[in-house]
Design a protein around this ligand. Structure first.
Ligand code: XBP
Ligand code: MG
Length: 242
């Protein structure tokens, strides 16, 4: 097979982290900072169109707290608020509140065994990923991944392809020989923009988004092992002559 690497998105793909993880952590940080902001489940779904926690908060502030957004120290304030949010999120993950989605652990372990390279391409902060891998896979699971592209290593976040290009360069494997696993339209566009065949596992927030160009759209990886992923990749490659 020509499949050499699996590149995973994190939020919504490895685990359903947004509704009961990031959203809860944002709200806790807002409370702690004395802000009367609250993101309910529905509002948060709309805010997910803006990738990146700092960027999402800044977008919200520009719409709902323009005086704050106009302050000269606004960027610094957002950075501090985001650090607070990250520590709440890491605590949530460490408490075991965010399990991996069905099939993810099996595929990661099977890929390791088969000698495939593993990588991560995410918009979220590196400490969030480290905590999730440690809590849900193994204490040393971070080292199972040859490349972890996360957070601010690129300025243009998904749907820009930059994070995937950053990962590909470090992996040293042609885009066509990798398979990305994503959960959202933004993520799919980012991976496809870097030329990587991409499987989508949709979730409650992303169901119904535009997934055209995906290798396959699956409810999750529960019924799909590594062999099936490799077969999907092969069929796609043959049809697209890559
Ligand atoms: C994930 C995100 C992130 C998280 C929050 O998108 O958009 O912003 O919601 O993480 P993707 P941070 O799954 O497409 O990578 O607060 O650490 O930014
Ligand atoms: Mg995602």
């Amino acid at each position: 097979m020509n499949l050499q690497a699996l590149i995973f998105d994190v939020d919504g793909t490895l685990a359903d982290t947004e509704r009961d993880g990031h959203r809860v952590a944002f709200n806790a940080a807002f409370r702690e900072a004395g802000l009367d902001w609250h993101w309910d489940v529905r509002d948060y779904g709309e805010l997910l169109a803006v990738a990146g926690g700092k960027e999402r908060m800044a977008h919200f502030a520009r719409q709902h707290a323009p005086t704050l957004a106009a302050r000269p120290d606004f960027e610094g304030l957002m950075r501090k608020l985001h650090a607070l949010k990250t520590s709440h999120y890491v605590h949530l993950v460490e408490s075991g509140a965010l399990p991996l989605r069905p099939g993810v652990a099996n595929i990661v372990r099977a890929a390791r065994k088969a000698g495939l390279k593993l990588a991560i391409a995410s918009t979220t902060s590196p400490e969030n990923i480290a905590a999730l891998l440690r809590a849900s896979l193994a204490y040393d699971a971070g080292s199972w991944f040859a490349v972890i592209g996360a957070g601010d290593v690129v300025t243009a976040k998904k749907p820009a392809p930059d994070i995937y290009l950053w990962v590909l360069e470090r992996l040293g494997i042609p885009a066509a020989d990798c398979l990305a696993v994503e959960d959202s339209g933004n993520g799919l566009r980012a991976a496809r923009g870097a030329g990587i065949p991409t499987v989508v596992t949709e979730n409650g927030y992303t169901r119904g988004q535009d997934f055209s160009g995906a290798v396959a759209v699956l409810p999750d990886l529960g019924a799909t092992g590594l062999a099936e992923l490799a077969a999907l990749h092969e069929t796609y490659s043959r049809h697209h002559k890559i």
